[in-house]
Design a protein around this ligand. Structure first.
Ligand SMILES: NC(=O)c1ccc[n+]([C@@H]2O[C@H](COP(=O)([O-])OP(=O)(O)OC[C@H]3O[C@@H](n4cnc5c(N)ncnc54)[C@H](O)[C@@H]3O)[C@@H](O)[C@H]2O)c1
Length: 326
């Protein structure tokens, strides 16, 4: 039996894919999730502990009893526009609850932590591709919360010897190539599943927010990373921590951007559906271009994305959506 790893948010989109990879590598993933946006079907029954990160006592009990070697922290709330409307909720769920988790780890002497951070820490970038040492400038409570936690981690390391890796994901997309897992958010705010919902008849058209950005076709450009490549990066980060690496921050993207129109065109090709689109005004706070430099994680952890082709990302997501809607 492998070592226990505690995975908060393991019933969610990205966490469930990481759990699958951990199992494949012989670890014993244990999911801690309140199922607020995650799904029971995404977790094996014997791997789920239903619990809320706000319940400090329960969390401490679980960590004391299960003695995980490391914690991967995916749990949180993820809708940027909602974070602007309800900052208090985002700071509670994404910041205070992260501190509850770190405290519970401290009480039981758990030393390794992998954090789901985000490209939202950068705000409007001054440089593309964005390196990890780019100045931070979050433009919403969601991104600000990620910065708070990252900053706190440095002090937990200084004061208590915590070793951490913070992974700043760009746009997670795609689904498990074996078709077992995939994205299922409600409401769905991410471009690729929204486009595919139009292809499958669940949504009448896709809105393109802003067509006059300073980009080659006027629409926003994003860096899409396949969820299985993301999960793989977590395994590499875990191995590095267990091997004694120093604490690090890594971007996770493919260092290649696609505009909204390009994603739409590629989705039309993959689904062979016409996918009607409507042009809408810009949304507040959308940077025109977000593309990661992924040089650091490739060099230091030998991370090699496998599903880095947009058509492949789209086809795994499409396969998943068709299965889900059957
Ligand atoms: N999806 C992306 O493109 C993306 C990009 C950058 C960063 N991230 C980060 O990755 C992480 C996972 O994102 P996701 O897309 O899988 O989201 P998700 O909503 O699918 O998963 C989040 C999981 O956390 C659980 N959860 C939320 N609050 C909890 C609490 N208080 N106690 C216990 N469980 C709780 C939910 O039930 C859910 O299973 C988040 O921290 C998010 O900020 C995601």
């Amino acid at each position: 039996m492998g070592q226990v790893m505690l995975i908060t948010g393991g019933a969610g989109y990205i966490g469930s894919h990481a759990v699958k990879e951990l199992r494949r590598k012989g670890h014993r993933p244990l999911v801690y999730d309140n199922l607020s946006t995650g799904h029971r079907w995404a977790v094996r029954r014997d791997e789920l502990i239903k619990g809320d990160l706000g319940d400090k006592e329960h969390l401490q009990e679980v960590i004391k009893k299960e003695k995980p070697v490391a914690v991967m922290h995916f749990a949180g709330s993820i809708v940027v526009s909602e974070s602007v409307e309800r900052p208090e909720f985002y700071f509670r769920n994404n910041v205070i609850n992260s501190f509850n988790l770190l405290e519970a780890m401290l009480v039981s002497g758990v030393k390794y932590f992998i954090f789901s951070s985000s490209a939202a820490v950068y705000g409007i970038p001054r440089q593309i591709p964005i390196p990890e040492d780019h100045p931070l400038g979050p433009m919403n409570p969601y991104g600000e919360g990620k910065v708070f936690v990252e900053r706190a981690l440095q002090w937990y390391e200084e004061g208590h010897g915590l070793k951490y890796i913070s992974l700043r994901y760009f746009n997670a997309a795609g689904a498990d190539p074996e078709g077992e897992l995939g994205e299922n958010h409600n409401p769905e705010t991410h471009l690729i599943p929204r486009i595919l919902e139009v292809a499958s008849g669940k949504r009448p058209f896709i809105e393109i927010y802003g067509t006059n950005y300073d980009t080659h076709d006027g629409t926003c450009i994003r860096d899409y990373i396949h969820v299985t490549d993301l999960a793989q990066a977590h395994i590499l980060a875990l191995d590095a921590l267990l091997d004694g690496t120093s604490s690090r921050i890594y971007n996770l993207g493919n260092q290649r951007g696609f505009s909204v129109r390009e994603v739409l065109e590629a989705a039309r090709g993959v689904t062979r559906c016409s996918i009607p689109a409507r042009e809408s005004p810009r949304r507040a706070g959308d940077p025109p271009v977000l593309v990661a430099s992924s040089k650091r994680i490739k060099e230091e952890l030998s991370w090699k994305p496998i599903y880095d082709d947009l058509a492949r990302i789209l086809s795994t997501a499409w396969k998943w959506m068709q299965r889900r809607l059957c």
